[in-house]
Design a protein around this ligand. Structure first.
Ligand code: PLP
Length: 369
């Protein structure tokens, strides 16, 4: 059995460290805020090369808080890729703005400057750049465009802890960025958790206040905010796991390298295109595309290999977005949604397991070219 995700084997490998971190919080009886949260915030800021980090309850909240902190005029248009998790677009609408979907690039699955440029109107104020599957979007050109059009950049780095573009960690390359510590993410808590990062002190201050009831001191509320805090037990767990994250990402890259080599040049199979010389891919997901997706998934499942689909329906086609005026040309992401398949990847996989997955995929295409 080759699992898609194996959180129990990860816990077993870290058990003494995790158990003592949790016990430490229980004994300190500090459950909200306190030293575990502030230490995690500074350690994670350092890890992502950001000046500021604010722990929040989850990345969905984090995106909403990040957008709110930018103080854009109500009803601004914000550009969001059509292939992502709904949190990327929910945050836009819930903070009082209008979602404008665009197709990401068909090879890297990330948005590009030219795709964004085509969707800009006089009401566009920001872009949610998703580093989808753990590969950084090419932010260089996007930064130039944003500067010339006066647009703000929110990085949705929920899948991209530790990912780098031109030697720089993602998250704070744009104005503000958000990470998820949902259990299945590359750096996962044991419950919901997230973080906002930024290099701008004013945005950091505002975001921290929004996440904590708009307050400066205990009962001094400058404005109405909300409650979205990272709790101390999760922070203590994340501090332990952060120390292992780089080796886990290396393992993910080793699995991806096996797939990339063994699955090259199959006619009905598109492998992820990686900007190899410019990025460190975090490989949260290894996503392939084929017109025979369902048959391939069934073939792998028959060999006890689990797979996933990210995402089965493009965001603009979700029932939730039935109310939007959609552009007249259909989204390429709509077609891709029926063809995407995520192969198992993670630090739980051995070289032999990665080879078995690759061999099983190859065997399928040899029979079904
Ligand atoms: C997981 C994820 C989120 C949401 O994270 P939560 O912490 O579960 O709220 C947002 N965007 C993307 C791209 C994600 O993968």
């Amino acid at each position: 059995m080759i699992k898609f995700l194996d959180l129990s084997s990860q816990y077993q490998s870290l058990k003494p460290e995790i158990d003592s971190a949790i016990a430490g919080v229980l004994e300190s009886a500090t459950f909200i805020g306190g030293p575990e949260v502030s230490s995690f915030e500074s350690e994670f800021a350092a890890y992502q090369s950001a000046r500021h980090c604010i722990g929040v309850a989850n990345a969905t909240d984090g995106l909403e808080i990040a957008i709110e902190a930018l103080e854009l005029p109500a009803g601004s248009e914000i550009i969001v890729p059509a292939n992502s998790f709904i949190a990327s677009s929910e945050a836009v609408t819930r903070s009082g703005h209008k979602v404008v979907f665009i197709d990401p690039d068909s090879d890297t699955y990330c948005v590009t400057a030219s795709g964004i440029a085509a969707a800009i109107t006089e009401r566009t104020r920001a872009i949610v750049v998703v580093h989808l599957y753990g590969q950084p979007a090419d932010l260089r050109d996007i930064l130039h465009l944003a500067k010339s059009k006066n647009l703000r950049i929110i990085e949705d780095a929920a899948q991209a802890h530790g990912a780098e573009l031109d030697g720089q960690r993602v998250g704070a390359i744009g104005d503000i960025g958000v990470f998820s510590f949902y259990p299945g993410k590359n750096l996962g808590a044991y419950g919901d958790a997230g973080a906002i990062v930024t290099n701008h002190a004013d945005l950091a201050k505002k975001a921290r206040m929004i996440a904590n009831h708009g307050r400066t001191a205990k009962y001094d509320h400058e404005f109405e905010g909300r409650n979205s805090r990272l709790d101390s037990i999760q922070a203590a767990i994340l501090r332990v796991k952060l120390r292992h994250l780089d080796s886990w990402i290396e393992r993910r890259n080793a699995v991806a390298a096996i797939y990339q080599e063994r699955l090259a040049a199959l006619p009905d199979l598109t492998l992820p295109s990686v900007m190899r010389d410019r990025v460190r891919h975090a490989y949260h997901l290894y996503v392939i595309r084929t017109s025979q997706r369902d048959a391939l998934a069934a073939h792998l499942s028959g060999q006890d290999i689990s797979t996933g689909i990210h995402y089965p329906v493009a965001l603009p086609n979700l029932r939730a977005y039935g109310y939007l005026d959609q552009p007249s040309t259909p989204f390429t992401s709509t077609d891709h949604a029926g063809q995407l398949l995520s192969l198992p990847i993670g630090e739980h996989m051995s070289t032999a397991q990665a080879e078995s997955v690759a061999n099983a995929v190859r065997a399928f295409f040899e029979k079904n070219p």
